[in-house]
Every structure is written in C-alpha cells, then in structure tokens.
Design a binder for this molecule. Structure first.
Ligand SMILES: [Zn+2]
Length: 396
C-alpha cells in the first residue's frame, strides 16, 4: 500500500470491524439464531463538560448500511443534542433494528463515522459560537491523515466554520477553498516583493489578506502591508508561541495602530493554536476572523456506544444501560431534551412550557434510504447555526 487507509469496498465488506463481531456472526449463524434486535446509540458523557454536541456522520452511516435488511431511526444530521435529558436519561441519537447477525459487524465502522464526525462538528460549532458573526476558517487538515481531508473539512463546515482550506474538502461542501498565504512565500521572495506580487497576480475577486509576522513586529508590518497593497482587506497574525506573550494585547495594539493611520477597514485575522477560549478573548481584542486548525481537525470524539435495548420487541439491556425504545423530544425554546419510554408522549416542555418536537425520524427501511436523499452541507450548516441561537448562553 502507498497510503494506509481502507477503501469504500473494504469498509462495506466489514474489513475495518473488530474481529469479535465476525466470530459472533459465525456462532449465531451456525446455531441458526435469528433475533430481531433494536440497537441504540447514546453517549455517556460529552468531552470537557461540553453543554451540547452536534450529531453528524449520518450520511455516511446510511451509505454503510444501505442494502442490509435493517431499519434505521436517527436525528437529522446537524441536530444539536445533549448527552442526557432533564431527568438524566441518556439521549438516543440513532437506532438500528433487524436480525442482529446481519448488522453486528457494522457497529465498529458506524460508531467511527458518527463519533469522529460529531466530534469535529461539535468543536467547530463551539468555536463558531464564540466567534459569533466573525469568520472562522478550517485550517487543520495538515495535522491529520490526508485521506481524511474531505471528512474533516465537511464536518468543520457543517459545524459552523465559514470556509475550509483544502481543495478536496471545498469540493465536497460545494464551496470555494479559502486561504491566505504561507510564510514560505515571504521567505522565498522577500516580504514586500511577495505582497506586491500577490496583490498583482491574484484574481481580483479574491480577498487581499497579508500574512505579516514572518520577520518583524506585528504592528510595524501591519502598517507596511496596508501601505503596500492597493486595497488590503486584512492582515493575518500567526505569531509563534515563543513571541506571543499576550496575543490579545498584540491584536489590540495592531488594531489601534492601523486605525490611527486610517486603515479602519483592514481586518485582523488570527491563526495558530486557537480554540473557543482564545477565539473569545481575541474577538474582544479586535480580531475580525479566525483560522482554526488542530483544535477542530483533532477534536475529541463524541464517544457514542451502540447497545442492544430490545430483543424480539422486549426490553433488555446490559448493566448501566436503559432498555426499551424511547421517544425523544426536544424543546424548541429552551433546547432541553425529554426522553420517554416508547408510546408515552408530552405536549409541552416540562421546564419552560415551550413547544416540543420529536427529533428521531425513520431514515432507512429494509436497507433503503428514506427521508435522507442527498448530502447538502450548506443546509445542514444553516440548521446548526439556527439551533446555536438556542444554545448560546447555556454554558457557564
Ligand atoms: Zn423548554
């Protein structure tokens, strides 16, 4: 192999599963065990006490299960959920039902698809929430295996990032790739020459963003760049950790120095080691955009587990898990979840009296995709941003 990854056929064949599932499948087949099973996907706790997570990866899971004799129920991709409802009951995000041996081996790849996708989308949403209306770009593919570039950038985008840097990622989300200039350009040409040439050669439609901290102090270079470009849109500060001291103060000072020279329209994009905390701080200091890398691409996964909760339509579950199919309601006003045994219903939110909606939908029947017809990252992203309005102030 030139690159170590499993291709689509190998994943569909179950080659990326854990061996114990194949052994289980063989034993069940030899014993002619045919049990109708309902398997539930929940998460015990969210990473770092997150107040919510974004459910993502469903599109790929349905492609994984397509053609199998199973039904699938799930939240819409991009649904913001909590690990537990108002009573502490884990919130199911998805169900697979069918003869267990027919889908046992897909537990591993199905989990992998939603755990990592949801982890990236969630981190992206948290950072976008901190940035508000300011631009957040996904710059983190360089820290991950290249085969994952479209996966990472798609999930970063649907979580709320405004754009992505990779060509393949941008193709998947049907947007233009976004970026500025690397330090290498200034090193190979000299700073002023690099800026002038960039301004001259780059298509007029593209924003002029000058990387300014290759050799000199941020404020000196910011002013220089603003003078060199015909009309500079923004400077980018990628100040190395060893020179940072107080990055927010550097941003504040650069903002001031640009303003007093009449460059109020020149934005300040920051990048390098950012997360939701630093984005919030730098926004207050005057940054107007953020290039976020590793904290998104290497986001902690949302650790979903798959558990059997019914066999032959009877409740059963291992220790530590809640048996039986559930009704999952969400309040559209306060965003709280209410999980009930299947067949029980509520009309309004017990917390705020708001309107409640059911969030689980049948998305696959007998291996055929139902309501989920195509991949539309822009629509999913809009759905996430809409929900973020409800979840904006719940973290302390
Ligand atoms: Zn409510």
């Amino acid at each position: 192999m030139k690159f170590y990854y499993a291709n689509e056929d190998e994943i569909k064949q179950g080659k990326t599963t854990d061996i114990y599932f194949l052994r289980t499948e063989e034993i069940l087949r030899k014993n002619h065990v045919k049990k109708h099973v309902l398997a539930e996907f929940t998460v015990q706790t969210l990473p770092d006490k997150y107040d919510f997570a974004v459910f993502s990866g469903l599109y790929e899971v349905l492609n994984l299960l397509e053609g199998l004799p199973v039904n699938v129920y799930a939240m819409k991709e991009g649904t913001i959920f909590k690990s537990a409802d108002i009573n502490g009951i884990p919130v199911p995000v998805m169900y697979i039902e069918g003869d267990y041996k027919e889908f046992a081996k897909y537990e591993t790849p199905a989990l992998g698809l939603i755990c990592q996708a949801s982890g990236i989308a969630t981190k992206s949403a948290r950072i976008k929430r901190a940035a508000g209306d300011l631009i957040v770009l996904s710059f983190g593919i360089r820290r991950m295996h290249p085969v994952l570039a479209p996966f990472i950038d798609r999930n970063a985008y649907i979580g709320g990032c405004d754009g992505v840097s990779s060509i393949k990622g941008a193709e998947v989300i049907k947007q233009n790739p976004r970026g500025t200039m690397p330090h290498a350009l200034m090193l190979t040409m000299g700073e002023k020459e690099a800026w002038m040439s960039y301004d001259e050669i780059l298509d007029d439609s593209l924003p002029r963003i000058a990387l300014i901290d290759t050799f000199c102090d941020e404020k000196t270079s910011a002013i220089k760049a603003a003078e060199v470009f015909k009309k500079l849109d923004a400077v980018r500060l990628d100040t190395p950790g060893t020179r940072r001291g107080n990055f927010a103060k550097i941003v504040r000072e650069t903002r001031w120095e640009l303003d007093v020279r009449g460059f109020k329209d020149v934005g300040i994009i920051v990048s390098g080691g950012l997360d939701e905390e630093s984005v919030k701080e730098l926004k207050e200091a005057g940054a107007t955009g953020f290039g976020v890398g590793t904290s998104i691409s290497n986001a902690k996964t949302i650790d979903f587990a798959m558990d059997i909760v019914e066999i032959e339509h009877r409740p059963i579950a291992k220790r530590g898990k809640f048996s039986k199919r559930k009704e999952v309601y969400r309040c559209t006003d306060c965003g709280e979840y209410i999980v009930l045994p299947y067949g029980e219903h509520i009309k309004e939110c017990p917390v705020c009296g708001g309107k409640v909606e059911k969030v689980l939908h049948k998305v696959m029947e007998g291996g055929k995709k139902l309501s989920y017809f195509e991949d539309n990252p822009e629509e999913i992203r809009n759905y996430v941003l809409e929900q973020l309005k409800v979840y904006k102030n719940t973290e302390h």
